[in-house]
Design a protein around this ligand. Structure first.
Ligand SMILES: [Zn+2]
Length: 425
């Protein structure tokens, strides 16, 4: 190393010596330029960056005034930004950033407000005043996890540092009607291909979606593949390797952990009314006030309102034959025209309308008439549209190969191996 430097130095000296009289040697000063950091679409090194959160007593005006902008200007900024962002919507605790001039005055040039992790609002007043909303770049990273159950699935995934959201997706979204996750067995195994979501490349924003999964339960593989069935409404469903739906056409009950307090009975007589015939055309599921009420099948909300004895109720059309209705809700969660999926929360148990206690009166309509759902022969699965089947099978072929090729990583076996090695040492 040293000799190399000497050679360079000598060479340099000789050049300088030769050229000395003809030209002054230019002194080259290499200043290490700080790496440009971009955020919100700005090069942050062009500004003095001030970050803070909206505090109690803060307003857009108060924040700008504190940062040396006077009131007539604040008014005109707020006025011109109004179509994009109403400055009164600033919420306490949300972060904001001021990009200020890089001089001693540090005058704010851009105000950036983040109502959530993904979105941001920019109000610029460098020259002309303008405002816009934008989103931070989102990145999805495909990952996989496999394992053998020695404890509960949530404990297993938790040990591997995987978000509990993944367990919920498996238990509630994908296998809710196929595998009872409270009865999984030791030795059951799983392989999951899923995507994680990152905001701005760095902020982990949780599990995005499960692309494919196979659960080996009691030595039977249960495959599930996510597939887009409606590109306009952007609806995705899970089907198995034979394109069969994993859901029942209807859930057995619109409330989990409830009890039936009154059955569908056309010959019901009520003592309170002098044993007069009071047919009950619904099934009552009793549960505490505030318990979520679930849509028993996919469909579109056709009614959502408060009306007389029904109280707050929701009606859903599932297809040309079936509709379901849910009465006496404390609060409704869906509006007319909204598409709901099986298991979606549509409201909460209450006592509105004509009711003696907290329950949901579940009414099942077939061709416009109320019938007893428990006496209906309902199809057990909703198959994929015939027109999509070929595309679906092509779509899942490479994913299934990938899934099948994943080795199953058994934590308990790995531990055994490690123990053996330690003992040998
Ligand atoms: Zn009822």
């Amino acid at each position: 190393m040293g000799s190399k430097y000497l050679v360079v130095l000598l060479a340099l000296l000789s050049i300088i010596a030769c050229k000395e009289k003809e030209q002054p040697v230019e002194e080259v000063v290499v200043v290490e330029k700080p790496a440009d950091i971009y955020e919100f679409g700005f090069n942050l090194s062009d500004f003095v960056v001030k970050r803070d959160t909206v505090r109690s007593g803060d307003s857009f005006g108060v924040i700008l005034e504190r940062n040396k902008i006077g009131y007539p200007r604040i008014f005109s900024i707020a006025e011109k930004a109004r179509d994009t962002f109403d400055i009164r919507r600033l919420q306490i605790g949300k972060p904001y950033t001021l990009l200020c001039s890089k001089d001693t005055l540090e005058i704010p040039k851009h105000f950036i407000y983040q109502p959530n992790q993904e979105e941001f609002v920019v109000i610029s007043f460098q020259d002309s005043i303008h405002a816009y909303t934008s989103r931070k770049p989102i990145k999805y990273v495909e990952k996989s996890v496999t394992g053998v159950l020695n404890s509960s699935i949530s404990q297993e995934l938790d040990k591997k540092g995987i978000s509990p959201i993944l367990t919920n997706m498996l238990a509630e979204q994908i296998y809710a009607w196929t595998i009872d996750f409270t009865r999984l067995q030791k030795g059951d195994s799983y392989k999951v291909i899923y995507t994680d979501k990152y905001i701005d490349d760095t902020i982990y924003a949780g599990v995005h979606k499960v692309k494919a999964v196979v659960f080996n339960h009691k030595n039977t593989p249960y495959y599930a593949f996510r597939y887009r069935t409606d590109s306009i409404k952007n609806i995705h469903e899970y089907y198995n390797e034979a394109a069969k739906d994993l859901r029942r056409a209807f859930l057995k009950a619109p409330v989990q952990f409830s009890r039936i307090s009154s059955k569908y009975n056309l010959n019901r007589r009520i003592a309170y009314y002098g044993f007069a015939l009071r047919p009950h055309k619904g099934t009552d599921f009793a549960a505490p006030i505030g318990t979520p009420i679930l849509a028993t099948a996919n469909g579109t909300v056709t009614e959502s309102q408060y009306k007389g004895g029904n109280g707050n109720y929701v009606k859903i059309r599932h297809n040309s034959t079936y509709e379901t209705q849910y009465l006496h809700m404390q609060k409704r969660k869906v509006r007319v025209g909204q598409h709901v999926k099986q298991g979606d929360v549509i409201g909460w148990i209450g006592m509105t309308g004509n009711t003696g206690g907290p329950h949901v009166c579940y009414r099942f309509w077939k061709n416009g008439k109320q019938v007893d759902p428990f006496k209906e022969k309902l199809s057990q699965s909703e198959p994929i549209a015939e027109s999509l089947k070929g595309d679906y099978l092509n779509f899942i072929r490479p994913i299934k190969l990938k899934l099948d090729a994943l080795p199953i990583f058994d934590d308990s076996k790995e531990k055994e191996v490690k123990t053996t090695v330690t003992q040998k040492e």
